[in-house]
Design a protein around this ligand. Structure first.
Ligand code: FAD
Ligand code: NAD
Length: 466
């Protein structure tokens, strides 16, 4: 039986980063993945393919709606749906190829198959052709998550689909109903609405992207509505039906009035569940919480002290970069190094256009916890850079402690918010003040100046630039 220092189960952003860091630290490392390609949800059916399609469809929408005003005339703008999906597949394949390279470079053994625990110290790996057992000093479980559903909604992968099937459609749908106005809901709605699919979002809560600062969801709702997406808040879906060539969805609004819709596809985006099926956890001392996530302590150690768990399978924010941080953290913890993950300083991004990005406390959280704060908010419409590019929607909002000026939260909806938020992360991680943030120089004209103005306003000064 082969023996390793560290065995990583699952090759998503949690697993592959954990394996690379372990190998860099000198450990004999193996990574086990049940699919043919490495990269997990994020690389194969999550972050990467969605961003590829969001970019393609954004270019298409710009060509249709903005080029003329920029003075660019195109005789005919035509959508080549197959080419768009082909390019998406190529982007994914370049990324999975990059992971193969990194595994080889770091001399990480790669085993294909489903891993399951025989007991706390042995795992069995089964694939189409063989079964083998291995042992390791330490295990890192990084098996991720799968789409969840709700009572009455059965995902048949034909008409009632998830984001995974939406990423491999063969032709452009004429209509789509999306259940859930969370992150997947609004990103998918943007992709399909831009290419001319009639999109309806049915959302149970009273605003979109409900976990982020509420002003962001409200602003995003207005923008997406203007773009033609039918958004119905306070709508609880309770049943779907596959009607051969269509999907049907039934819901109740906040007054209890029932309704139904029919579309080419019903896309279910109501959250994701931890993936522990087939892992043989019943043969170990590992415990799950009431929602099925693997329980871990502050070192990401499970109830079996030689087995660690990271990423979506332990819950918290289901984000690729959160899984990556935990991958590094666990490898370094095994190595005796000490550091710490500040979960409140992990940014969240929604890749609609404009993008939405957030880090730190929301206004709702500060109010609920009676924490005093000052708000500084600056609109993109007042930014010279935004006007030059015709990206004037949105705002940058900072929340600042009134006494010491500490930055408590940064919330942006606007062009390139996904990249701008890195600055908010630095401000929070190093506990600098709003004054520190407005006294540094910001290149002009850039979108980042909206943040400088927001810090000035939060500190009691007026805006000084455009
Ligand atoms: P995963 O990426 O889910 O990887 C787990 C891997 O483990 C899988 O490859 C699985 O096959 C394998 N596995 C499971 N069980 C076994 C077993 N028993 N044996 C062997 N292998 C096993 N996050 C972002 O930060 N940014 C984004 O833009 C973003 N976009 C997303 C878009 C979509 C449509 C979706 C669905 C998700 C998106 N996410 C995004 C979330 C992100 O994909 C996840 O948070 C991230 O992939 C979690 O990483 P992980 O390593 O925990 O697990
Ligand atoms: P989510 O939790 O973000 O949103 C699910 C939404 O479905 C919620 O708003 C909820 O109110 C709604 N809902 C639940 N039951 C409903 C019902 N019966 N009727 C109508 N609406 C209902 O989950 P998601 O959008 O599926 O995303 C899953 C995970 O994937 C998220 O945790 C997210 O972090 C991750 N993800 C991240 C990104 C990114 O970082 N850009 C992109 C996609 C996915």
């Amino acid at each position: 039986m082969d023996h390793y220092d560290i065995a990583v189960i699952g090759s998503g952003p949690g697993g592959y980063v954990a394996a690379i860091r372990s190998a860099q630290l000198g450990y004999k490392t193996v990574i086990i993945e049940k699919y043919d390609t490495l990269g997990g949800t994020c690389t194969n059916v999550g972050c990467i393919p969605t961003k590829a399609l969001l970019d393609s469809t954004h270019h298409y929408a710009e060509a249709q709606h903005q080029f003329k005003e920029h003075g660019i005339k195109l005789d005919q703008i035509e959508l080549d749906f197959s080419q768009m999906y082909k390019r998406k597949a190529e982007v994914v394949s370049k990324n999975t190829g990059g992971l193969d390279f990194l595994m080889n470079k770091n001399k990480i053994t790669r085993l294909k198959g489903t891993a399951s625990f025989v007991n706390n110290s042995i795992i069995k790996i089964v694939n189409e052709t063989e079964m083998r057992e291995i042992t390791a000093q330490h295990y890192i479980i990084a098996t991720g998550s799968k789409p969840s559903t709700i009572p009455g909604v059965e995902i048949d992968k034909k008409r009632i689909i998830t984001s995974t099937e939406a990423l491999s459609l063969e032709e452009k749908p004429e209509s789509m109903v999306i259940i859930g106005g969370g992150v997947i809901g609004v990103e998918m709605a943007s992709i399909f609405n831009r290419i001319g699919t009639k999109v309806t979002i049915l959302e149970y809560a009273d605003h979109l992207i409900a976990t982020m600062d509420h002003e962001l969801g409200k602003s995003l709702q207005k923008i997406l509505k203007k773009e033609g997406i039918d958004i119905r808040l306070n709508h609880a879906v309770y049943r779907t039906e596959n009607a051969d060539s269509k999907g049907k969805v039934f819901f109740k609004d906040k007054n209890g009035t029932e309704g139904g819709l029919e579309a080419d596809y019903v896309l279910v985006a109501v959250g994701r569940s931890p993936y522990v099926k087939g892992l043989g956890l019943e043969n170990t001392d590992i415990q799950l919480d009431e929602r099925g996530f693997i329980k871990v302590n502050e070192n990401n150690q499970t109830s079996a002290s030689n087995i660690y768990a990271i990423g979506d399978v332990i819950g918290g924010a289901m984000l690729a970069h959160k899984a990556e941080e935990e991958g590094v953290f666990v490898a370094e913890t095994i190595n005796g190094q000490k550091h710490h993950i500040h979960y409140n300083r992990i940014p969240s991004v929604v890749y609609t256009w404009p993008e939405v990005a957030s880090v730190g406390y929301t206004e709702e959280y500060l109010k609920q916890n009676n924490i005093a704060y000052n708000v500084g908010k600056f609109p993109f419409s007042a930014s010279a850079r935004a006007r030059a590019s015709m990206d004037i929607e949105g705002f940058a909002k900072v929340l600042v402690d009134p006494k010491y000026g500490e930055v408590l939260g940064v919330h942006i909806i606007g062009a390139r918010a996904a990249d701008l938020i890195a600055q908010g992360v630095i401000a929070q991680e190093y506990e600098v003040t709003a004054e520190d943030m407005f006294r540094i120089s910001y290149a002009h004209p850039t979108y980042s100046e909206t943040l400088k103005e927001a810090y000035l306003i939060a500190s009691g000064q007026g805006a000084i630039n455009i």
